[in-house]
Design a protein around this ligand. Structure first.
Ligand code: ATP
Ligand code: PLP
Ligand code: MG
Ligand code: NA
Ligand code: MG
Length: 299
């Protein structure tokens, strides 16, 4: 079996639970990728728990790992994937990594989830915004912001589907040929909007996928979503709508499995964070071969 590709995935690691690399690596491996994870933090658990302990990798430590790989001629990647990044200096180092990887493979696909916040609030230092906006977006091949992040990156308010599509066009103009706004809250629905410029100068092909909003707050779903989008758009490079249908369908199956488990473990009205950890290992069949249950609507 030939490898689908080789991914350098720079994301968080948690000892317990499934966010960051813990949410991305297994799915990508199941889709046939060789994945080399760099753990940008090593925390006991995600930040939604009462206590978090652990260490953060700094930019120099990241660069040392890249130098080690380079010294052994191991920088041959088809994809770079980045998620949550906690500091400007680490993000600046990511930019150096992109440049370095492209000296080895000029066709490197950089899939960037510009994690900054959600629901109108930052969970990173807002100093990261101009760095993403002015430097990172222009080198990304695929960008997967949520509603809030798309607003931050474009300076637009997004209140309608038309405004979301306009934001995608702004982002294409800055660089990435594929943009997926991974969660938009419009009219109480959860909508995914995708936009793909097939070739330079052409107008984008755009679509949306609506899913029912579940009444729980999950963690790691954004990371899983971006990993699945990377995976499926490698298999269907000209059909972002198809890739997104498959990614969304897998994700919804994982969430259903997660909720089904929760109802068996107790009936407290407010689930504890551990009850909502993604049931990833129990969902391998849904990751490998999802039943496409959420059709994309072309716009
Ligand atoms: P990021 O913060 O990583 O940029 P994000 O805010 O879009 O991205 P999530 O809010 O976790 O990340 O959503 C990612 C995907 O997970 C959505 O597209 C949706 O398919 C699924 N999802 C997350 N939460 C829910 C929910 N409560 N109900 C239904 N689907 C959900
Ligand atoms: N990484 C760490 C360390 C986290 O604590 C979290 C959320 O709490 C995440 C990543 C990401 O989550 P999501 O994929 O839900 O955006
Ligand atoms: Mg969100
Ligand atoms: Na996202
Ligand atoms: Mg997120």
């Amino acid at each position: 079996l030939s490898s689908a590709g080789r991914v350098l995935s720079i994301q968080s690691h948690t000892v317990h639970g499934y966010v960051g690399n813990k949410a991305a690596v297994l799915p990508l491996q199941l889709l046939g990728f060789d994945v080399d994870p760099v753990n940008s933090v090593q925390f006991s658990n995600h930040t939604g728990y009462a206590t978090v302990k652990g260490d953060v990798l700094d930019g120099e430590q990241l660069w040392a790992l890249i130098e080690g790989l380079q010294a052994n001629d191991l920088l041959h990647y088809t994809h770079l994937l980045t998620g949550y990044i906690g500091s400007v200096s680490f993000l600046e180092t990511i930019l150096r990594v992109v440049e370095k990887l492209r000296t080895v493979n000029p066709n490197l696909i950089y899939v960037c989830d510009p994690v900054m916040g959600d629901d109108g609030e930052f969970y990173v230092n807002p100093e990261l915004v101009p760095v993403y906006r002015e430097k990172v977006v222009s080198v990304a091949t695929m960008l997967t912001p949520n509603h809030f992040e798309a607003e931050q990156l474009t300076g637009r308010r997004i209140e309608t589907e038309a405004e979301a599509l306009a934001a995608c066009i702004d982002l294409h103009a800055a660089g990435p040929s594929k943009v997926v706004i991974t969660s938009l809250s419009i009219d109480n629905m959860l909508t995914i909007v995708g936009s793909h410029v097939q070739s330079r100068g052409k107008s984008p092909e755009q679509f949306k996928i609506a899913v029912p909003k579940l009444h729980s707050y999950f963690t790691g779903t954004g990371d899983l979503m971006t990993a699945l989008l990377l995976g499926w758009s490698h298999k269907f490079p000209d059909d972002l709508d198809k890739a997104a249908e498959l990614a969304v369908s897998s994700l919804q199956a994982v969430l259903n499995n997660t909720i089904a488990n929760r109802s068996k473990t107790g009936a407290s009205p407010e689930p504890k964070p551990e009850q909502l950890e993604l049931r990833l290992v129990q969902s391998v069949d849904d990751i490998r071969s999802p039943a496409a249950r959420f059709p994309a609507v072309k716009l």
